[in-house]
Every structure is written in structure tokens, then in C-alpha cells.
Design a protein around this ligand. Structure first.
Ligand SMILES: NC(=O)N[C@H]1NC(=O)NC1=O
Ligand SMILES: [Zn+2]
Ligand SMILES: [Zn+2]
Length: 509
């Protein structure tokens, strides 16, 4: 009798003590304390936790093990064999098993069109798509928003528009245009305001307040950029006579007509011209410290050869291509299907093959989306007029599975994907606290299942604003994003976003 009574009194007491102890150890620090009083930034109520995976992509190769995140920073990376129970007993462990844990993607080339053309995309939808695609940082292009980002005042408008509306981290490129290119104090004030570098066009951009630059503008721009050690990104096409003038004699619904209006000689001519000033970026040169990055290379022949040659001579030059040039070929673009229109254009299958070879050899340094959406009406989908439709591919959410799916044939490794999408882009943009799973870096991470296949059908949730204009619709891809972490915040998990937009602005200091 006495024993039962004792049990009755002691048991609840013991249970209470156990509950208090377990609460204390399971949630080590109050979430509110550590997340700037905002519980809604993350789908995970922990600030200090471990992530385990059998496939973690680190700079030292693929490991099976665990990554410890505390306060948004990677504080340890431990191989499975070295991971002792004592290390994890006090904190949450998320075990992703066979899913791959990789640094989050850094997309250095996206047009979010905000402010001013947010009906084309906008910061909320664009960054939600990024998070759902495993992109943890993107750098927004200075054109297609209105006004273009070409001065401290117009950068300020971007910053205002992005506040509390971005779900991943966002930086900005400024525009190098004739108005500021020959005015070093104007350029300096734009760089002082925090743009990560500049972007210019060697042909008409299609946007009225973003005129093209000539080689003198570019040369002057580089001399200012040298002081800041920031890059110039260049859209390298130059208008030359084409095989057909304006296509008026030809069928505007045929992709071949459009292709003939922008031949490879446009890229080659621009790159030849551009590389006449990049010798200044060599060590000891007048623009040492500046760097030239050629965006969205399409021509894998003469244009690429010129770039390789310049690199060989010590010019500070890099080049990117985009998933659409690696996934599609001119031969397969249906008549009137303007979803595939972009510039420079998607070329033939033999060129695509050469682009992949250059990726595998390391001659092309990195990838970017060049997500350049518009209002569906401007894609002229029912007309199918390639000559009049808006040029730009919508892809932001799909770049990881597209790279993986189309790279399978070439036996692309996970380490290469991380190099093309995280390491190299972080260096280009000067985002040195990002881009790798190593101690001290920000915990920008993507968890994904390379083997999981899915169909981009009507049922697939697409977060960018106008899914109907994406050339990827209807494709079957492999590589499903499971979770995305931005500075330790779990911003996306299994189709769901954290409710608040807690991305931070990445301004150059
Ligand atoms: N203005 C703009 O976004 N242009 C982009 N679209 C495209 O296809 N190539 C570009 O440079
Ligand atoms: Zn461009
Ligand atoms: Zn672009």
C-alpha cells in the first residue's frame, strides 16, 4: 500500500523533472532570442542544430557526416566516423540520409524587374522561386526594372523595393552606361553605394534607359573598377550585318529565321573587341584589380577560343553560360515557340555538345540562370513571331535539376555542380562568406535528391510569376530540391516556404 502511494507521488514529479530537462536540452536557445525576434524566418525552431547526410559536398570532396550550424554560421563539419554522440546530445539533428547536402546556389545573373516592372517578376515571386530551386543568393541585374540601376539614387529604389520582400539573399549589379562611364565620380558613387560590380551591353539591350556602351566606356569603367577590385559583366554581342537583314523575306515563325539574325559573328566580334582592353587587367596592368566576366556565352567555337587565349595571357577574365544553352538546341525548337527566344540565341546541337565539353574541361567557369521573364503578352505566344517577341528565358527555379539532368550524359559530378553554381559565383561576386560548406561560412545550404524524377506539368508548383512562358514546361527532370537554408534559416522545405521574407541584402562594403 505504502509503495503504491509513494509511486503515485513520485511518478508525476519525476515526469515533470524529465520534461523540464528535455525541454532545456532539446531547444538550447530560445528561437526568438536568436532570430531577431522573428519566428517566421525559418521553418525550423532551432538556432543551433546539426544536419547529417551520406553525401555532403565539401571543398575536400564528398563526405558522409554532419554539419553543425549555430547562429546562421557553419561551426563544424565532421565525418561520420569522427562524430561522437556527445557532440550532438544537446542539440537537434536533422538526418537527410542519402539526400545530397551542398552549398546553396549563387545565381549571379537574374532579372527580377523590381521596382517598376514587377508585373514581369518582382522580388517576392522571384526569390520564392529561387528558394524552391536551392538558390540561396542571387545577384539582380540593373536592367528590366524601371528605372535601371545606374546611380546611387536608383540603387536606393532597389534596396527599398527589396526590404522585407526577399526570401533569399540578394545583391545588385550596377549599370555601366554612357551617362556614367566617362564620369568617374558618378561611377564611384554607385560603387560606394554597394553594387557588387557593374554590367554593360555591347549591343542594344532592348531597354530604353539602358543604352549600350562602346569600348571606350568599357575601358574607362575598368579603370574605376580596378580601385574597388570589382568585376565588369558584359553582354558580348555586337551588331554586324547578319545573314538576313530583318528576316522580312523569311518566315518570322521559324526559329531558323531568328537564329540567322544573330549569328555567332556577333558574339565573336564583341568578344574580340572586349578583349582588346582586358590586357589592362593583368598583373602590373593599368586596370589591375578589375575583372571582366562575359555573361551567357552561347558560341562554343571562335568566341570561346578567344576567351581561352586571353586567359592564357593572364587577362583577368571569366565566362559563364546558362542551362538553356546546355539543355536545348536550335533543331528542336518548334515553329512559333517563342518561349525559347533569348539572346544570344540557342544554337545547334553540335554547338551544345562543344559547350558541354568546355564545361567539363573547365574552359567555361560557371553557370547562371539569366532568368529574364516578361509579361506573357510580350512573348507573343499565339503569334509565334520570333522577331518581335521578348527575348529572355524563364528558368530560375529549375537550374539545379536542369544542370543535373542534362549533365548526366557527360557524367557531371556533384563537386562540379557546386563549383559552377556556388564556389566560382561566390568569388566573382566577392561574396567570400558564402559558396562552400566549410567552418566559418554562412549556412547557405541546399538539400536535394539527384535521383528523384519529376515532371514539370500543371501540377508542379512553380513560384516565379509567369510559368506559362517557361521553355522547361513539360520536361521531365531529375534532381528534387528538398530543403533550402539561408544563413541557417530553413526557408523552404518540401514545397513550403517560411512565411516571412528574411533574405538579407548583400551590399559591397
Ligand atoms: N534585357 C534583357 O533582359 N535581355 C536579356 N534577355 C536575353 O535573352 N538576353 C539578355 O541579355
Ligand atoms: Zn544579356
Ligand atoms: Zn541577362
Amino acid at each position: 500500500m505504502e509503495r503504491t502511494l509513494l509511486q503515485w507521488r513520485l511518478l508525476p514529479l519525476l515526469a515533470l523533472i524529465a520534461a523540464i530537462v528535455s525541454i532545456f536540452f532539446a531547444s538550447p536557445r530560445s528561437f526568438q532570442e536568436t532570430q531577431g525576434n522573428n519566428k517566421k524566418c525559418s521553418l525550423l525552431p532551432h538556432d543551433h542544430y546539426w544536419i547529417s547526410s551520406k553525401r555532403i559536398v565539401t571543398p575536400d570532396g564528398l563526405i558522409s557526416g554532419s554539419v553543425e550550424v549555430d547562429g546562421g554560421i557553419i561551426v563544424s563539419v565532421v565525418k561520420e566516423v569522427d562524430w561522437h554522440k556527445s557532440q550532438r546530445s544537446r542539440v537537434k539533428v536533422i538526418d537527410y540520409g542519402e539526400a545530397v547536402l551542398m552549398p546553396g546556389l549563387i545565381d549571379v545573373h537574374a532579372h527580377l524587374d523590381d521596382p517598376g516592372r514587377s508585373e514581369w517578376e518582382g522580388f517576392p515571386s522571384g526569390t520564392k522561386a529561387a528558394a524552391a530551386g536551392g538558390i540561396t543568393t542571387l545577384v539582380d541585374m540593373p536592367l528590366n526594372s524601371c528605372p535601371s540601376t545606374v546611380s546611387p539614387e536608383t540603387l536606393k529604389l532597389k534596396i527599398e523595393a527589396a526590404k522585407n520582400r526577399i526570401h533569399v539573399d540578394v545583391g545588385f549589379w550596377g549599370g555601366l552606361v554612357p551617362d556614367n562611364a566617362l564620369n568617374s565620380s558618378a561611377l564611384e558613387s554607385l560603387l560606394d553605394a554597394g553594387v557588387l560590380g557593374l554590367k554593360s551591353f555591347m549591343c542594344p539591350s532592348g531597354i530604353n534607359d539602358f543604352p549600350m556602351t562602346n569600348i571606350t566606356h568599357i575601358k574607362e569603367g575598368l579603370s574605376v573598377l580596378a580601385k574597388y577590385r570589382r568585376p565588369l559583366l558584359v553582354h558580348a554581342e555586337i551588331e554586324k550585318e547578319s545573314e538576313i537583314e530583318d528576316g522580312s523575306e523569311n518566315d518570322p515563325r521559324s526559329y531558323l529565321t531568328y537564329l540567322k539574325t544573330r549569328p555567332t559573328s556577333w558574339e565573336e566580334g564583341a568578344i574580340r573587341n572586349l578583349l582588346s582592353v582586358t590586357e589592362n587587367t593583368r598583373i602590373g596592368g593599368s586596370a589591375e584589380g578589375a575583372h571582366v566576366h562575359i555573361v551567357h556565352l552561347s558560341d562554343a567555337s571562335s568566341s570561346l577560343d578567344l576567351i581561352k587565349e586571353a586567359k592564357g595571357k593572364g587577362d583577368s577574365v571569366t565566362v559563364e553560360t546558362c542551362p538553356h544553352y546546355l539543355a536545348f538546341s536550335a533543331e528542336e525548337i518548334p515553329e512559333g515557340d517563342t518561349r525559347f527566344k533569348c539572346s544570344p540565341p540557342i544554337r545547334d546541337a553540335a554547338n551544345r555538345e562543344k559547350l558541354w565539353e568546355a564545361m567539363m574541361k573547365g574552359d567555361i567557369d560557371m553557370l547562371s540562370s539569366d532568368h529574364s521573364p516578361t509579361n506573357p503578352e510580350l512573348k507573343l505566344l499565339s503569334d509565334g513571331n520570333f522577331l518581335k517577341a521578348w527575348g529572355g528565358i524563364s528558368s530560375l527555379q529549375f537550374v539545379l535539376p536542369v544542370t543535373w539532368s542534362y549533365g548526366k550524359k557527360y557524367v557531371v559530378t556533384l563537386e562540379q555542380v557546386a563549383s559552377w553554381w556556388s564556389d566560382r559565383p561566390s568569388k566573382l561576386a566577392g561574396l567570400h562568406s558564402k559558396g562552400a560548406i566549410t567552418v566559418g561560412k554562412q549556412a547557405d545550404l541546399v538539400v536535394w535528391e539527384p535521383e528523384a524524377e519529376f515532371e514539370l506539368d500543371e501540377e508542379h508548383p512553380i513560384h516565379f510569376k509567369h510559368p506559362s512562358i517557361s521553355a522547361y514546361l513539360g520536361r521531365r527532370l531529375s534532381g528534387k530540391v528538398v530543403s533550402t537554408f539561408v544563413r541557417g534559416n530553413l526557408v523552404f522545405r518540401e514545397g513550403k516556404h517560411a512565411s516571412d521574407a528574411c533574405g538579407s541584402l548583400q551590399l559591397a562594403a
